[in-house]
Design a protein around this ligand. Structure first.
Ligand code: 13P
Length: 252
């Protein structure tokens, strides 16, 4: 179901001590400042999921994993399965982040398997897509990002599709301080929604939350979130500062 959502992606940052401090600060601020009308998720490193869940209990903050294996279980040393996440009651999992696509060779095809196993275990995938600077400069960005959706998601039924969240993250805006303009974000989000509508119909496409990610900061979040097809953000660097992250959430 479409909702406003702001997710922090901590990536491979924080010590255990820092993670506990950050998670409890975010949880307490969200609770004390009575934030409503927006789902708040913190996607913490795997080892901290359990403590982050505990610290978030009763505050409205949910936790998410940053990745999962496409395999159910077995001899896959070092991997983390969705069944493990499910058994820890982790509700969200980021799938297909551009850093995983780039550094760990995750293809659209592999991501179909991760999406399928996450949905089969009742986790909500936050499916990431986005183009490189080269692709944008060549003018192929709409086609490229739509293709990512087609290849990783269009095998799903409408019912399954409505369970996931999409995050558009232009690679050239990640960690660079260079944000897509509010117009560029809205334009791509509208394009993605119409691509979904072509395949699944308007009613289904209108039910999907599409987040923007890439250098979202407290000073630009309001403008970006104002786009009518922008339903929130996936926040990297700025989610490591509790006050800044909560100010981004409050931009709604
Ligand atoms: P930054 O907000 O640090 O640019 O990272 C965005 C991102 O990759 C979130 O998943």
């Amino acid at each position: 179901m479409r909702k406003n959502l702001v997710a922090g992606n901590w990536k491979m940052n924080t010590s255990f001590q820092e993670a506990k401090k950050l998670a409890s600060e975010v949880a307490n601020m969200v609770k004390d400042e009575e934030i409503s009308g927006v789902e708040v998720v913190i996607c913490v490193p795997f080892p901290y999921l359990s403590v982050a869940s505990k610290l978030s209990e009763g505050t409205g903050v949910k936790v998410g994993a940053q990745n999962c294996s496409q395999k159910a279980s077995g001899a896959y040393t070092g991997e983390v399965s969705v069944t493990m996440l499910k058994s820890m009651e982790v509700p969200y999992v980021v799938i297909g982040h551009s850093e995983r696509r780039e550094y760990f060779s995750e293809s659209n095809e592999l991501l179909t398997e991760k999406i399928d196993i996450a949905l089969a275990n009742d986790l909500t995938p936050i499916f990431c897509c986005g183009e490189s600077l080269e692709t944008r400069e060549a003018g192929d960005h709409f086609e490229f990002v739509c293709q990512q959706l087609t290849e990783s998601l269009f095998h799903l039924t409408a019912e399954q599709l409505q369970k996931l969240v999409i995050a558009y993250e232009p690679i050239w805006a990640i960690g660079t301080g260079k944000t897509a303009s509010a117009e560029q974000a809205q334009e791509m989000h509208a394009k993605l929604r119409s691509h979904l509508a072509n395949q699944y119909g308007n009613e289904v496409a209108e039910e999907i939350s599409i987040l923007y990610g890439g250098s979202v900061k407290p000073n630009n979040a309001k403008e970006i979130f104002a786009g009518k097809d922008v339903d929130g953000g996936l926040v990297g660097g700025a989610s490591l500062d509790s006050r800044g992250f909560v100010d981004i959430i409050k931009s709604f």
